[in-house]
Design a protein around this ligand. Structure first.
Ligand code: ADP
Length: 326
């Protein structure tokens, strides 16, 4: 009911009287008052004037389905949003519910208390300052192909930023950079049988409206936010809608036509690594090489110091610049 009253207020151009609302939903004035107060508690700024009724003055900066839906043009991704004010980790939640939810369900939280990067590393996720989300997917492809989904996510984030006139670079396979520093990380996890995927969870964390003080001191040399870089507050709902829209297009190609070539093109054109000398870190092992390309399979093509050229499958490697993050 709260949702229905909200929609009525959103659709009204001017004040909507208590009488109109009570007629529409057959409820008492006292009941309407209760719902209006609940909406105010959710962050909706609603003006009430005794002789006129109610009017929405401003919408809250929250990533609920109601607030994000106007920005979506997808057929299934993001049409079901499980929204949390706080949570340990959106990927963890998504994995818990994945068996029971349809493909395209998205878990979103305003903050994560135990956000995770790859290899169990901590991901900083302060309240209301970023986009912390996990998309549940159920592609009927060979589990071996799943790491490619990370590239679809990276390309979607890059394209979404571009739609909002924000330039970024993709650091294969799972990070997006602005000014050479990380504003977004992607963590793809899956649950599978021998040759069948039960589900994939793609976590995307984006530092949107962080101020300098929101970045922990030890991350200052490698983390950045869109707001810090561009000096403007970003509309998180618009950015989220854009990402989901771009991702669905790329994902449908992958799922139905088994191709990721559009995403590869984006990852190549906006690569932070191609042409660079890098360190490839795998566990304790570190090798030096020069990145030549990203191939059609989504692998990183590296020429090592001894002249050999190899294709690196994203797996569990980390790529770093010779003297720093990149
Ligand atoms: P990488 O891809 O750089 O090897 P991961 O994808 O595993 O790293 O991401 C985790 C790492 O990212 C953490 O160890 C930390 O250094 C860094 N980090 C944590 N939170 C953030 C954040 N909000 N923004 C940017 N970097 C972060």
């Amino acid at each position: 009911m709260k949702q229905k009253i909200l929609n009525m207020l959103k659709n009204g151009k001017d004040f909507i009287s208590g009488e109109e609302i009570s007629k529409e939903f057959h409820m008492t004035r006292a009941a309407i008052w209760k719902y209006i107060n609940a909406l105010k508690e959710d962050g909706y700024n609603i003006e009430s004037v005794p002789s006129k009724g109610y009017k929405i003055i401003s919408l809250p900066d929250i990533l609920t389905l109601e607030e994000v839906e106007p920005y979506l043009d997808t057929s299934f991704i993001g049409r079901n949003i499980k929204y949390f004010d706080t949570i340990d980790s959106t990927n963890k939640k998504a994995k818990e519910i994945a068996f029971d939810e349809n493909e395209g369900t998205v878990v979103i939280s305003e903050e994560q208390t135990e956000g995770k990067g790859r290899l169990g590393r901590h991901w900083v996720s302060p309240k209301g300052k970023g986009i912390w989300m996990s998309i549940i997917l159920k592609p009927k492809v060979d589990p071996i192909k799943v790491s490619k989904i990370t590239l679809l996510g990276a390309a979607a984030v890059h394209k979404a930023l571009k739609n909002m006139n924000i330039e970024s670079q993709i650091k294969w396979p799972n990070d997006i950079l602005i000014d050479g520093k990380k504003i977004c990380g992607i963590l793809t996890e899956m649950n599978c049988e021998l040759n069948m995927i039960n589900y994939v969870v793609m976590g995307i964390g984006i530092n949107v409206n962080f101020n300098q003080e929101d970045i922990p001191v030890d991350l200052k040399d490698k983390a950045m936010s869109i707001k810090i870089s561009k000096d403007i507050e970003i509309n998180r709902k618009e950015l989220l809608g854009n990402i989901i829209n771009e991702f669905e297009k790329l994902y449908i190609d992958f799922r139905d036509k088994k191709t990721i070539s559009k995403a590869i093109k984006v990852c190549r054109e906006s690569s932070a690594l191609i042409g660079k000398e890098v360190r490839i870190i795998k566990g304790e092992e570190e090798t030096l090489g020069k990145v030549l390309d990203i191939n059609e399979e989504g692998e990183l093509v590296v020429e090592f110091q001894d002249g050999t050229v190899d294709n690196i499958y994203s797996g569990e490697v980390s790529v770093r610049g010779l003297n720093g993050y990149i």
